[in-house]
Design a protein around this ligand. Structure first.
Ligand code: SIN
Length: 305
């Protein structure tokens, strides 16, 4: 019998598999397909203070081994999430959930996090300073260590639950941003968000995406995630939730060896809505194949020796 349990800042998960924000709605949509209580947990759609309609369409461009999205943080706003989405989730999910939060000012991040922190169903706050699809917010906070630290401090001042900061890979030195967040009080790091990308339609000779650029995700970015998680693990003493191109139990183990304590699955959910369930079912077999009896013991294992 292998042990798949892992923990994030004292919160024990049955397994490390977590559908990533923006690829799993508010959870109940997927509960129509299978019992989502098999998941470690999941991270719900990025939530902002006010409702957002999102970016103009087209918002999606297909790519070899991935996709580009420019959704633009479409969401119903924090009040509707608390009053409508979380009650629907409570009917089908017995575990606590990760609240993913975005903002356009430090005050907005703090406001939304303070409200979600008070919700019994929320186990952890994931603060997204890395959305590449909005102007005057999102990624602009996460590309500057001082701004990322300022958001972290403001959120920590008004919350009691663990705060993980979700980082962008669109920087020269992700380690300096991670360290700044740790020094500002972050309980953990989530990484990596999407890589800024673009496609051009040869027939129209124009960008495929209305917003021109968007976030590239999918299996092509796995090696970038592995590299960045490996680097950040060496530099900080707080847990990392790893993500980026994960689509199999093998990929989960690889990110954990790089330094992730748990692993999110993003774009793969959009290709196969059952992928997280399959990964969870495959994990014990994959662990046995590589002589792993306890997943929590392999975190950062690639750094030894
Ligand atoms: C989006 O809603 O544009 C995606 C969110 C993100 O990449 O952080």
């Amino acid at each position: 019998m292998v042990n798949t349990k892992v923990s994030l800042s004292g919160w024990e998960l049955d397994n490390p598999v977590i559908p990533a924000s923006g690829t799993f709605g508010y959870g109940y949509e997927f509960a129509e397909l299978y019992d989502i209580n098999c998941l470690g947990t999941f991270s719900f759609k990025g939530t902002t203070k006010e409702p957002r309609f999102g970016n103009p369409t087209p918002r999606i461009a297909e790519c070899p081994a991935g996709m580009i999205n420019s959704v633009g943080l479409q969401n119903p706003g924090v009040d509707a999430v608390i009053n409508e989405e979380l009650p629907k989730l409570a009917k089908c999910f017995d575990k606590k959930v990760i609240a993913n939060v975005s903002g356009f000012s430090i005050d907005e991040y703090a406001y939304t996090c303070e409200l979600l922190d008070k919700q019994e169903q929320v186990g952890l706050l994931e603060v997204n300073v890395s959305c590449p699809n909005v102007h005057n917010g999102g990624m602009s906070f996460g590309t500057d260590p001082e701004c990322a630290a300022a958001v972290t401090k403001a959120v920590k001042a008004v919350t009691t639950k663990p705060v993980y900061i979700k980082l962008t890979p669109n920087v020269t030195d992700i380690v300096s941003v991670a360290k700044a967040c740790e020094q500002a009080g972050a309980d953990g790091i989530s990484m990596i968000n999407t890589l800024l990308g673009m496609r051009i339609d040869l027939r129209t000779k124009k960008p495929v995406i209305a917003n021109k650029m968007g976030g590239f995700s999918g299996s092509a970015i796995l090696p970038v995630a592995v590299r960045m998680i490996y680097q950040v693990y060496e530099a900080v003493n707080i847990p990392i939730i790893g993500m980026g191109g994960v689509g199999s139990a093998h990929d989960v183990i690889e990110l954990m060896l790089a330094g992730a304590s748990a692993v999110q699955v993003g774009a793969a959910n959009l290709v196969d809505p059952f992928i997280c369930k399959k990964i969870i079912e495959d994990l014990p077999k994959e662990m046995e194949k590589y002589n792993i009896d306890d997943l929590s013991k392999i975190i950062g294992g690639a750094h030894n020796g």
